[in-house]
Design a protein around this ligand. Structure first.
Ligand code: HAM
Length: 427
């Protein structure tokens, strides 16, 4: 038997009802904040991620699904392509390619779709997973650099999580500085690590060379006392970064959005500058980050584009659903159809189909049976789906144009004229 590939999975009903509900809530909230959807391809040139996300990140160096796409005609070139491990690089590529900066406006874009990372699968971690994300970017003259944008994104997320019924989320906030102050911090970090890295785990020893910021992210208990004594990025922020970060916090406080500062929060992608954040949730266990994001003021230029500071986030939809399933999933269950139509006997399928068409056009949700079923089987089928009303289509009914409607809960059965059916069933 052929099964779904390790780290991928099928999403089936009724779970997909919950997924759709979550996506609908997100689209509603995005609309309230004037965000519009962008859809970019699920694969891109490998170079985009190498330059955008960073060659030395785990995501790019170990986790991408990459292949050589050979030329199929003289007009094509062979190239290295990758399934997208995240979508910010793709959105910024599209921003540059379509010259969206020339509109002079802020671009407020959201996306919903699959991402791919070859990680070790475990609960809440998949190789194909889904993100619901948003990005705000544009020329500085449009206000893209303002701390008000950071605060608005964070406040929108708080609203979104509250609306979806996710209780007890935590927002962790940090500033990771900019190209001006980061080199000083990295130098201090490298210096400090040179003395202690031999006592740290293998991953940290490697990161100390390739990507020292990532050392701060280490979860190994034995490394924690060492990390606690390393220099802190908050002590190295320059005046502008400090002010920017203070204003983000100021607005959040004014809006009543609770947060905790965590100056070890560095995130796994290289493009971040200034504000970086994660929301966590208790239901998720080890993979407790329900979403993450931050500012990326130099990303557009790194990809050969104009200056276009921006900030965004991506919700891990799989984890969002897990967090919900732990508390509020019941209310999102799709309702059963309003009526089950039971054609009774040969020749009745056509009459039942016509009736179903009329009722559906009137906005009634209908499940349609089959003339080959006995009445008892129709009742049982309806009951199993939680449908409370069965509409019987037999020769008598067709002749009189009046139909028996049985309420399976009360056992009551009444006869309703065709013209009155939709109204009665809606009630
Ligand atoms: P990220 O932190 O790599 O950020 O991913 C965002 C979220 O995606 C995570 O918090 C997690 O919930 C979910 N996620 C990541 N990997 C997996 C996985 N293997 N299985 C299940 N869920 C996963 C980004 O991707 C950035 N592009 C976010 C961003 C947008 N920053 C600025 N704009």
């Amino acid at each position: 038997m052929i099964k779904a590939v390790r780290g991928t999975r099928d999403l089936l009903p009724p779970d997909t009802d919950l997924w759709n509900r979550v996506e609908t809530i997100c689209r509603e909230v995005f609309a309230l904040y004037n965000f519009h959807e962008i859809r970019t391809p699920i694969f891109e040139e490998t170079q985009l991620f190498a330059r955008g996300v960073g060659e030395d990140t785990d995501i790019v160096s170990k986790e991408m699904f990459t292949w050589d796409d050979r030329a199929r005609a003289q007009s094509e070139k062979s190239q290295s392509l990758s399934l997208r491990p995240e979508n910010t690089a793709g959105v910024v590529r599209a921003y540059i390619e379509h010259k969206l900066g020339e509109t002079g406006k802020l671009q407020k874009l959201y996306y919903i779709g699959p991402q791919f990372r070859r990680e070790r699968p475990q609960k809440g971690r998949y190789r194909q997973f889904y993100q619901i994300g948003a990005e705000v970017l544009g020329p500085p003259s449009a206000g893209s650099e303002s701390p008000a944008r950071d605060a608005e994104i964070l406040e929108m997320l708080a609203t979104l999580l509250d609306r979806a019924g996710i209780n007890g989320w935590m927002l962790y906030l940090n500033s990771v500085g900019c190209t001006n102050d980061r080199p000083r911090y990295l130098a201090a970090l490298r210096d400090a690590l040179a003395d202690v890295k031999d006592k740290m785990c293998e991953d940290c020893q490697r990161r100390a060379e390739t990507n020292p910021l990532r050392v701060l992210d280490c979860k190994k208990p034995q490394d924690q006392p060492i990390i606690a004594k390393l220099p802190r990025i908050s002590d190295y922020l320059d005046e502008d970064c400090r002010k920017h970060f203070a204003e983000v916090q100021n607005i959040l406080t004014a809006c009543g959005v609770p947060f905790s500062l965590n100056d070890r929060l560095v995130r796994g992608l290289d493009y971040y500058t200034r504000t970086a954040f994660e929301f966590t949730h208790g239901n998720l266990g080890a993979q407790n980050a329900i979403l993450g994001g931050g500012r990326y003021d130099g990303l557009s230029e790194a990809l050969g584009g104009p200056k276009a500071p921006g900030i965004g986030f991506a919700i891990g939809e799989d984890r969002f659903i897990m967090a919900l399933a732990g508390e509020n999933a019941e209310q999102y269950k799709a309702k059963p159809p309003q009526v089950y139509i039971a054609p009774m006997g040969s020749g009745m399928n056509a009459h039942a189909a016509r009736l179903a068409r009329e009722l559906r056009n009137a906005g009634i949700t209908v499940e349609l049976g089959d003339e080959a079923f006995r009445l008892k089987k129709s009742f049982e089928t309806a009951e199993k789906q939680g449908i409370t009303h069965v509409l019987i289509v037999g020769e008598n009914e067709v002749r009189t144009d009046s139909f028996a409607v049985k309420n399976l809960q009360s056992g009551e059965q009444i006869s309703v004229a065709r013209t009155d059916l939709a109204r009665r069933l809606a009630a």
